[in-house]
Design a protein around this ligand. Structure first.
Ligand SMILES: C[S@@+](CC[C@H](N)C(=O)[O-])C[C@H]1O[C@@H](n2cnc3c(N)ncnc32)[C@H](O)[C@@H]1O
Length: 275
């Protein structure tokens, strides 16, 4: 039977679905970051990715650093709860660490399609009653919004930080735009949407065939950049905070990275009060 709910359950893997045999985007990213939550197949895929896009490791680190700064920005504006979709492997400096160091009762729900990422997350979070990880697919936003863990931890009356960081480029257009719209619509006024995304028409596009072929062997069906206008569509009516959509290292105050050869842009938008 095919499960169309978008929510998976741990412990269902069998010999055919053994995650150690098939690279996953979460674990390739972990390998790029120098983490140790990955298998030989993931490290091999990361090697191929670096051959195709030599600055992929640098981009991954700059992206993680952006995520940290964006979470701090939201905390400084009073956001106390986070829904992090496509959260990946929880290495040092993850959302709950940053948030709960600053505000001990901040709440975080991580969502990822990769069962290994979710299992690692829940292992790390087992003594943390204010954070949990859910295995689900962004393409099925209703399953995320209705998940008992999401409903228990996140108060729909209070602003939420919706994080879609370095994950939308793994989701095809026909799913990504409607799913982002549905998730945004569920956010109360004063919430924030945080997006980072691979940009099209960059030097990394020269490697698009190799990258597409590589990710086709993983758990995600697409891996492609979008134009600035397409990326801005993910914000809907949310009002971008300065400096708008910029290279990921330029989002304040990420230092002086060199944009040449990078391909990831980022922005943060605020959901306005209902008129
Ligand atoms: C490059 S990692 C980004 C991790 C983290 N957001 C960060 O920026 O540090 C992309 C993550 O998106 C997840 N992902 C891809 N497609 C997804 C989907 N349809 N639903 C949920 N997660 C997805 C992958 O499993 C992976 O963990």
């Amino acid at each position: 039977m095919t499960d169309h709910s978008g929510v998976g359950f741990l412990g269902m893997a069998n010999a055919d679905t053994d995650p150690s045999h098939r690279p996953s985007s979460a674990r390739i990213y972990d390998a790029l970051l120098g983490g140790n939550h990955n298998f030989a197949a993931d490290r091999e895929a990361a090697k191929h990715l670096l051959a195709a896009i030599p600055r992929a490791g640098e981009m991954a680190r700059a992206n993680r650093a952006f995520l940290n700064r964006a979470v701090q920005f939201l905390l400084d504006r009073g956001v106390r709860q986070f829904l992090d979709i496509g959260s990946g492997i929880p290495t040092v400096g993850n959302v709950h660490e940053i948030a709960q160091r600053c505000v001990p009762d901040a709440r975080v729900v991580y969502v990822d399609i990769d069962p290994v990422a979710v299992a690692h997350s829940n292992d790390i979070l087992k003594d943390n009653p204010l954070a949990l990880a859910v295995q689900a697919d962004m393409r099925f936003p209703e399953a995320i919004l209705e998940h008992p863990g999401v409903r228990e931890l996140l108060d729909p009356a209070e602003p939420i930080g919706l994080l879609l960081v370095a994950m939308l480029h793994f989701v095809p257009d026909e799913d990504a735009f409607p799913a982002a719209e549905r998730l945004r619509a569920a956010l109360p006024p004063g919430s924030y949407v945080v997006v980072s995304h691979g940009l099209s028409d960059t030097p990394a596009d020269a490697a698009i065939d190799a990258v597409t072929a590589l990710y086709r062997r993983t758990d995600v069906s697409a891996a492609h950049g979008r134009s600035r206008d397409e990326i801005l569509r993910f914000f809907g009516d949310a009002v971008l905070v300065p400096p708008g959509l910029v290279w990921v290292h330029e989002w304040p105050d990420g230092g002086d990275g060199d944009p040449h050869g990078t391909a990831v842009v980022a922005a943060v938008g605020r959901i306005p009060a209902a008129s």
